[in-house]
Ligand binder design. Structure first.
Ligand code: ADE
Length: 237
């Protein structure tokens, strides 16, 4: 079973978003496990510090390597199991759907959440944390990033989503964005009295035509919104 172990100075932030909707249901039904480890339990000196000023000067505080090591060593897991350690940082490698797919197949994913200005690089290197970012923007800490990443992973675990086939056509499978979707009413009159119809093919009942239309729309959308993905798709051919 997928087991997420989160090293954080704010364990009370979890499960947070992960306790809602289908993911929350899966957590309750123990389709995955979530565990937090409070970094403050491993503080040093009389003040129980977990961070200190950066050598060389600069703003903010850095998480101490000895604190991180003690927290990691407190984790009791079977060494035979598939385990990875990641540190969430905007300076990491960008996560993507394929990466989340790989994480979702692990037995244990250990996630170190940074706060302050960062984590002592020695801890990251010596303890083999892979540095991962969820996007090219800076958050105040890794806790929300961990929830984003875990939500993306956990929905890929078999049995978590109601309709597993929905995974096959969603955005980023085959380096394409998902086609536009529509529901009732078939003709929507907005508050300015303008009528908006659903593309006719979708109500035709012709499944071949619908499939074809959706594929074309996916291509169109990807070309405009994510030309980088479209190039990748062409290269993968
Ligand atoms: N911590 C702060 N910003 C982050 C980001 N963009 N990705 C992952 N962790 C972060």
């Amino acid at each position: 079973m997928f087991n997420a172990i989160i090293l954080t100075a704010y364990p009370e932030m979890f499960p947070g978003n992960l306790s809602y909707s289908l993911i929350g249901k899966a957590l309750k039904e123990q389709k995955f496990n979530l565990e937090t480890i409070d970094l403050r339990n491993f503080g040093v000196d009389q003040r129980n510090s977990i961070d200190d000023e950066p050598f060389g000067g600069g703003p903010g505080m850095i998480l101490r390597p000895d604190v991180v090591e003690k927290a990691v060593l407190s984790i009791k897991i079977d060494p035979q199991k598939n385990t990875e350690r990641i540190y969430l940082t905007p300076a990491g490698k960008l996560a993507n759907q394929a990466k989340l797919g790989n994480f979702s197949k692990l037995d244990n994913l250990i996630i170190l959440c940074g706060r302050f200005e960062g984590v002592d690089q020695r801890a990251i290197d010596v303890l083999n944390f892979e540095e991962i970012s969820i996007g090219d923007y800076v958050l105040a800490g890794g806790e929300i990033a961990a929830q984003v990443l875990l939500e993306g992973c956990i929905r890929l675990i078999p049995g978590v989503l109601g309709q597993p086939e929905s995974l096959l056509e969603e955005s980023f499978s085959n380096n394409l964005l998902e086609y536009p979707q529509y529901t009732r009413p078939k003709v929507w009159e907005d508050t300015k009295k303008v009528l908006h119809e659903v593309p006719e093919v979708l109500t035709s009942g012709n499944h071949e035509k619908i499939k074809e239309w959706r594929y074309k729309e996916s291509i169109k959308k990807t070309k405009v919104k994510r030309p980088d993905l479209y190039i990748k798709k062409e290269q993968d051919k």
